[in-house]
Design a protein around this ligand. Structure first.
Ligand SMILES: Cc1ncc(COP(=O)(O)O)c(C=O)c1O
Length: 419
């Protein structure tokens, strides 16, 4: 018989796979937990937003009235999902091709608009044509590609803070988790794996999604070369934010042409939905035929053409990246000035580290009450003692938006004695 879960101390992880309960009983147990969380005003998930993915959101309060909040939960870093030229490109493509692709890329769903985007991505990453493959999400760009690339003869060495999609992609292979940004442990693991596996693939992010910090890519690449490993880097949060022209962490390190596999998303800076893999043409061709998503799941819709315009805007309108950095610096200075801990963030992701998950929940609820929408990040997304409020900064946040957030943090900081 399963012991009753104490809701007061529980996290979603506790409901993942309760022994002895069948699937409906497990679903019922989670449902009871969600009711409990709702009663405690801790359920800031799946809130319906009545306006666009930008600097503000509109929610309905308990009385059904629309309430506008400043939002720090969208990753539309440069505001391109709302840019008139990006919207127009998507609309034009829908008018030309319709709303769906009708088939998977391998068996009839690969259209001219996909090819134009893939060629554009090759040029953006300074690679020859044939070096890019588009997926329908950034998640599957990682999970589906890795599942076809790595098998039981191989090993993936993962920085432990990589995205959930990478963990899923590595279910069919051997894995070694490396403490976050720990070069010593990386070297030990590479040395150990050197002669034991067919392929050694180190997988890191450019910018990490919970801390907003950067990987020491140069040193990691050097270790990979020394021990005969390949390097894969997911720069979902670096593109548009880092690098002189927004080409991400690899532009920052001047390593754009040196990484074996680059992955990323079209859902953040590029303002759409989708993902991509950049690699040598033979790897791209391998994925076109062997990655199951490309054979068994429908291709991206014509609206993805908005990304082609978003890529051009990075060069044509650099003011958005400059404005984003003004905003990042302003908010971070304000928060650290109050004594709050933003960790090692050097990107548009700004965490406010609190530690205790219950206090973190209270902070998120108070912020929302005060019209500031943020994400409380709790276990298992981070370790149990490392709960935090996570904010994503956008170029489209105004000074008033940031001042409102800072005023709310100042009030809560005093009330709950966070710093
Ligand atoms: C580092 C990282 N990789 C991949 C993804 C998945 O991207 P998508 O939303 O396009 O599926 C995310 C999304 O949050 C991410 O943070």
């Amino acid at each position: 018989m399963t012991a009753k879960i104490s809701y007061d101390k529980a996290s979603f992880k506790d409901f993942e796979n309760i022994p002895d309960l069948n699937l409906f009983e497990r679903a019922q147990e989670l449902s009871s937990f969600l009711d409990f969380m709702k009663q405690k005003d801790r359920l800031n998930y799946r809130l319906i937003n009545y306006n666009s993915a930008g600097a503000t959101v509109q929610h309905k309060d308990a009385a059904g009235n629309i309430k506008e909040c400043v939002s720090f939960v969208s990753n539309d870093y440069l505001g391109f999902s709302q840019h008139p030229a990006v919207k127009q490109a998507a609309i034009d493509s829908i008018i030309q091709y319709g709303t769906g692709a009708g088939s998977s890329p391998l068996i009839g769903g690969h259209y001219e608009y996909h090819q134009v985007l893939e060629d554009k991505l090759c040029a953006f990453f300074q690679r020859e044509k044939g070096s890019a493959l588009v997926y329908t999400t950034g998640y599957t760009a990682n999970s589906a590609s890795l599942q076809s690339l790595l098998h039981k003869e191989d090993i993936a060495l993962l920085d432990m803070a990589v995205h959930a999609s990478v963990y899923e992609g590595c279910l069919l292979t051997n894995t070694k988790k490396i403490l976050h940004n720990n070069l010593e442990m990386m070297e030990m693991a590479l040395k150990d794996a050197q002669h034991k596996y067919r392929t050694k693939l180190v997988i890191i992010d450019g910018i990490y999604s919970q801390d907003g910090d950067m990987a020491p890519v140069k040193e990691i690449l050097q270790l990979c070369r020394q021990y005969g490993a390949y390097l894969m880097l997911d720069d979902a949060h670096g593109i548009g934010v880092i690098g002189k022209t927004g080409r991400g962490v690899l532009e920052h390190y001047d390593l754009l042409k040196d990484i074996d596999i680059i992955t990323g998303t079209l859902s953040k800076t590029f303002g759409n939905v989708g993902g991509y893999v950049i690699s040598r043409p033979e790897i791209i061709e391998f994925l076109q035929y062997q990655s199951r998503q490309n054979a068994f799941s429908a291709a991206a819709t014509p609206a993805i053409t908005g990304v082609v315009k978003a890529i051009e805007l990075l060069d044509e309108e650099p003011q958005w990246q400059a404005k984003l950095w003004d905003n990042i610096n302003y908010l971070k200075n304000g928060l650290t000035g109050m004594g709050l801990n933003v960790g090692n963030s050097c990107s548009a992701i700004v965490p406010v580290k609190i530690g205790d998950p219950h206090i973190t929940g209270d902070v998120a609820s108070l912020l929302l009450e005060m019209g500031v929408y943020t994400n409380p990040i709790l276990y298992p997304a981070v370790s149990k003692k490392d709960a935090r409020i996570r904010m994503s900064l956008l170029a489209t946040h105004s000074r008033e938006h940031l001042d409102k957030a800072l005023a709310a943090f100042e009030y809560i900081n005093k009330k709950l004695e966070l710093a």
